[in-house]
Design a binder for this molecule. Structure first.
Ligand SMILES: NC(=O)c1ccc[n+]([C@@H]2O[C@H](COP(=O)([O-])OP(=O)(O)OC[C@H]3O[C@@H](n4cnc5c(N)ncnc54)[C@H](OP(=O)(O)O)[C@@H]3O)[C@@H](O)[C@H]2O)c1
Length: 234
């Protein structure tokens, strides 16, 4: 069976990717920064009988990324999903990522998590992806990273715009190795990050993104697509 690796699989969108792929019979490498505290992940790992392997990976800790890459160096990975991400302050604390009141330490942490993290994960696992059948890297972005969206959430917005640019450049660099790269927008999903007022359940969002990845080919590498299959403007 094919193998998928997901970062940030402890909850939310990453957890649902792990659950759905395992339910479909895939081998899943579910990474999280705190395996000891990820009891839900272990629950589905038990349910799907060895199909889910839980591994420690903190995208802010390059040592943990490199250590896992070394451990898994002979393991082909069909789809690498860079999902782990943070939004930073929101609602009543939104001022901390607004013009005039920006907290630059928070901004730095968001950029490190949402841009440098996926980039380093891709650098470390590109050989595993190249050794697989599907050869695909998916970066979980957001609509807010598009220049067409004007919401003044400076830190999170620039982090996803940056991830989109990384996707474009990575797609060009990896095209000749047969690896396709896509930026995915999950929609507004009911998770800790998305909040309770979000429009859709993880089930629907992940179903949509999995379908896109299943049908995706190298000819489309570098695209930015939402969970409904619509190509978004950068
Ligand atoms: N939900 C939405 O409406 C929405 C919309 C657009 C885009 N997205 C994107 O979708 C992705 C997943 O978000 P979500 O909605 O599932 O949010 P979530 O419920 O808050 O989950 C975020 C996940 O990222 C992990 N994470 C955070 N920092 C990490 C780090 N340094 N290293 C490794 N893992 C880390 C968290 O792990 P811990 O459990 O250890 O904290 C958690 O598993 C993010 O990239 C987000 O920007 C979400």
């Amino acid at each position: 069976m094919p193998t998928v690796m997901v970062t940030g699989a402890s909850r939310g969108i990453g957890y649902e990717f792990a659950r759905q792929y395992a339910a479909d019979g895939w081998d899943v490498i579910a990474t999280c920064r705190n395996p000891e505290g990820s009891e839900y992940l272990y629950e589905i790992a038990r349910k799907y009988d060895g199909r889910i392997t839980v591994e420690r990976l903190d995208v802010l800790d390059f040592g943990s990324i490199e250590a896992l890459a070394e451990k898994l160096k002979d393991q082909p990975i069909d789809i690498l999903i860079n999902n782990a991400g943070i939004m930073g302050p929101r609602r009543d604390e939104l001022a901390l990522q607004s013009f005039g009141t920006m907290d630059y330490e928070i901004w730095t942490r968001i950029l490190r998590t949402n841009i440098f993290g996926p980039m380093r994960v891709a650098e470390c696992f590109v050989g595993n992806v190249e050794a697989s059948e599907k050869k695909m890297i998916a970066n979980v972005s957001s609509r807010i990273g598009s220049n067409s969206v004007k919401a003044p959430v400076f830190a999170y917005g620039t982090s996803k715009a940056g991830l989109n640019k990384v996707t474009t450049l990575m797609a060009e660099v990896l095209r000749e190795r047969g690896i396709s790269v896509v930026a995915l927008c999950p929609g507004h999903v009911k998770t800790h990050l998305g909040g309770v007022d979000a429009k859709i359940e993880p089930l629907e969002s992940i179903n949509g993104m999995r379908k896109i990845m299943e049908e995706f080919t190298i000819e489309r590498t570098g695209e930015y697509i939402n969970y409904e299959g619509n190509v978004l403007p950068f």
